[in-house]
Design a protein around this ligand. Structure first.
Ligand SMILES: Cc1cc2nc3c(=O)[nH]c(=O)nc-3n(C[C@H](O)[C@H](O)[C@H](O)COP(=O)(O)OP(=O)(O)OC[C@H]3O[C@@H](n4cnc5c(N)ncnc54)[C@H](O)[C@@H]3O)c2cc1C
Ligand SMILES: C[S@@+](CC[C@H](N)C(=O)[O-])C[C@H]1O[C@@H](n2cnc3c(N)ncnc32)[C@H](O)[C@@H]1O
Length: 633
């Protein structure tokens, strides 16, 4: 396993080419059921798709009987071909009806051609008995962007990781952090003769590598090539009567012919988090969801960069598919879903518009939103759209006459309220300033934490998530981080500005009204960590709003009423820093100017790595976030 992993990290730290995902082309047949035109095959049985799922995938993986045993970790299912999500919904229903209440499910599925949301809705309408679950799935269904889309379902009982892209590409990005993790494989996909590209030995080998002790598989097909491929990979393959008119199907134990191995165990039960902002709050939330208890120590709660009155949430995209854009496209989807799910009252999904107020910006934005066939990166319009001047002004007639990028699922949040809510149920030890982290002199394996008041603590597992405080704390480790001062200005709403329905971005940003005020952000000053408020920064914020939105005049009427300064922690490549710096010493920082977009996925990934569960990120992207990249020695 180690060898495999090392080889992987060497070859995969270069970004692997990822094929552009496209939506499935489907027609609906005489039964009203979806048919994939490219494959000439059906998604599920015309007579009774749900009964087939139950028979093939659930019964032949021995569910729910296997769920009755006491699982300390979530039961992990992996599936080839998400399609309509029928297998997920059937499994979900079974979980609700027949699993012990404490059992959680981690459902991982790969899909090359995601259905369009409207087609998905229409396809799932065939199962009225699953309508509530289908509605919940549809509400969180991700855009057709490559990589892993993590979604929380069933009030946190189910985590769905939907990996969009060809399975051979995506599985290579998934497997390094999923070895020995999967309890049951649903080997679905269109019929092997109609979809030979998918039914390859590499898939069977990956199934075996990912299999936990006792893992099983089931598939609807009994094709000789599939059976031989599975046997070749070491799978114990059995035949059973097929569903309905089908003669045979296959099922069995994935590691049947392979020597038993030690299960993956995670010994981390207690973690100390330093910080009281969005990074620490997301971590506390994710870790407790993973059954890890947390001790949180900080100078304060939402007292620093995460304490601004309003924060905008939208991704950082590029006119080519850079790792930065890849991270932000995945992080953006997870963040909006996360805030909607866990902090509903403080999240406002108003949409975000980014004005192309110069010719150069217009060209850049056109490229960002254009399809690959036109030389652009080809992002899904569900995430970002280019709007003409007229279409931009349809968003709000008081916007200036510029074209724009529009992020329909973006919005704004109330940072302090979000942070406080995520910390609910956690005790934060306040007013404690960490001054030094070093190896414990007594016992070289734990970490000694020295505080400004002289207190000393020894801890085995520490996560530093303390924003601007990281720069100085990590200096002795040779880690290069930068701090950047910023000031936001609040203005009183006018009759016109109070109608602004969405976040408006230009050189700065302008948020919809909250408690009679808007937030106008933000200055960016690399050379200062001084929190004294500056009149010049206020003028800069208001000046950018007035100039960039000219010729509309309403910004000129706005009067400033408050300012706030804070420090961003940034990295030279603008990616967050997430991972284990030294054994037992972890970091989550470098959240820069988009911390509220970046933090939830970063915390979810760090938690998965810490407790050794499948990561919600492609392995090569995870490699790019590692702290070691910032070490100058
Ligand atoms: C002016 C401005 C405007 C911004 N606007 C947006 C926006 O619209 N949208 C967006 O997504 N992002 C925005 N950002 C960026 C965003 O605020 C940050 O990326 C994010 O808040 C960082 O979160 P954090 O938890 O890493 O750090 P912080 O929120 O800064 O929290 C750090 C925490 O650690 C504590 N701490 C620090 N040092 C120590 C120590 N030595 N010992 C103990 N505790 C310590 C602090 O007290 C604090 O509680 C803005 C930033 C600024 C400055
Ligand atoms: C029969 S459908 C799956 C049905 C699905 N499990 C359900 O519950 O609706 C097969 C799915 O596999 C997907 N698929 C086919 N080839 C693939 C590949 N190489 N990689 C990933 N997905 C693929 C198809 O797009 C299709 O959605």
């Amino acid at each position: 396993m180690l060898l495999h992993y090392c080889l992987f990290t060497i070859t995969q730290t270069r970004d692997c080419p990822v094929s552009a995902p496209t939506h499935a082309q489907v027609t609906f047949n005489e039964f009203g059921l979806p048919v994939a035109t490219a494959f000439g095959d059906i998604y599920f049985n015309n007579e009774n798709g749900l009964a087939e799922t139950n028979y093939v995938f659930l019964q032949h993986n021995d569910l729910p009987a296997r769920w009755q045993t006491d699982y300390v970790r979530p039961f992990v299912i992996a599936e080839s071909g998400f399609g309509t999500g029928l297998n997920l919904l059937a499994c979900w229903q079974l979980l609700l009806e027949q699993a012990p209440a404490e059992l959680k499910l981690h459902f991982i599925s790969f899909e090359k051609y995601p259905l369009r949301p409207d087609d998905l809705r229409r396809a799932l309408a065939a199962f009225p008995q699953l309508s509530d679950l289908a509605a919940e799935l549809l509400a969180v269904y991700p855009p057709a962007e490559p990589g892993c889309h993590r979604r929380i379902l069933a009030q946190g009982r189910i985590v769905l990781d939907l990996w969009v892209g060809a399975i051979d590409e995506q599985i290579a990005a998934w497997l390094p952090h999923s070895e020995q993790q999967v309890d049951a494989w649903f080997l679905d996909g269109f019929a092997p003769d109609k979809n030979p590209d998918m039914w390859q030995p590499e898939l069977y080998e990956a199934m075996v590598q990912s299999a936990a002790p006792g893992a099983t598989f089931a598939t609807f097909t009994a094709a000789g090539k599939v059976r031989r491929g599975l046997l070749q990979a070491g799978v114990n393959v059995q035949k059973a009567k097929g569903f309905g008119v089908k003669r045979e199907m296959l099922f069995g134990e994935l590691r049947g012919a392979i020597a038993p191995h030690a299960p993956v165990t995670n010994n981390v039960k207690q973690v100390t988090i330093i910080g009281g902002g969005i990074a620490a709050a997301c971590l506390a939330h994710e870790l407790s969801g993973a059954g890890v208890s947390t001790e949180i120590i900080s100078c304060g709660v939402a007292d620093a960069a995460s304490g601004n009155p309003q924060g905008a949430v939208y991704p950082l995209l590029h006119a080519e598919r850079s790792p930065l854009a890849e991270y932000f496209s995945l992080a953006f989807g997870y963040a909006t879903h996360f805030y909607q799910h866990y902090t509903t009252n403080h999240w406002h999904a108003t949409g975000v518009v980014q004005l192309a107020y110069t010719e150069a910006r217009q060209q850049r934005y056109e490229k960002i939103a254009s399809a690959r066939t036109n030389g652009g990166p080809g992002y899904d319009p569900a995430m970002v759209q280019f709007r003409s001047t007229a279409a931009t002004q349809q968003l709000w007639q008081e916007l200036p006459a510029y074209p724009a990028l529009h992020y329909p699922t973006g919005g704004w949040l109330a940072p302090a309220a979000v942070v406080t809510q995520l910390f609910q149920g956690h005790k934060v030890k306040p007013s404690a300033t960490l001054t030094r982290v070093s190896r414990s002199p007594e016992d070289g394996s734990s970490w000694q934490l020295e505080f400004a008041d002289g207190q000393l603590l020894e801890r085995d597992t520490v996560i530093l998530a303390c924003g601007a405080g990281l720069k100085q704390l990590l200096h002795p480790f040779g880690l290069q981080l930068q701090n950047v001062r910023g000031q936001v200005t609040q203005v009183e709403a006018s009759a016109v500005s109070a109608q602004c329905p969405l976040v408006v971005c230009y050189k700065g940003y302008f948020t919809p009204v909250s408690q009679g005020r808007h937030c106008v952000g933000a200055t960016y000053d690399r050379d200062s960590e001084d929190l004294t408020l500056r009149p010049a920064d206020q003028q800069e914020n208001l000046g950018n709003l007035i100039d960039n939105l000219a010729p509309v005049s309403w910004p000129k009427q706005l009067r400033p009423c408050a300012d706030r300064a804070a420090i961003r922690n940034t990295t030279k490549d603008h990616l967050p820093v997430v991972g284990e710096l030294k054994p037992g010493l972890w970091l989550l920082g470098g959240l820069g100017s988009r911390g509220f977009t970046a933090a939830p996925l970063a915390a979810s990934a760090l938690t998965a790595a810490l407790v050794q569960r499948p990561l919600p990120l492609p392995a090569q992207l995870w490699q790019r976030l590692q702290p070691q990249r910032l070490c100058n020695r």
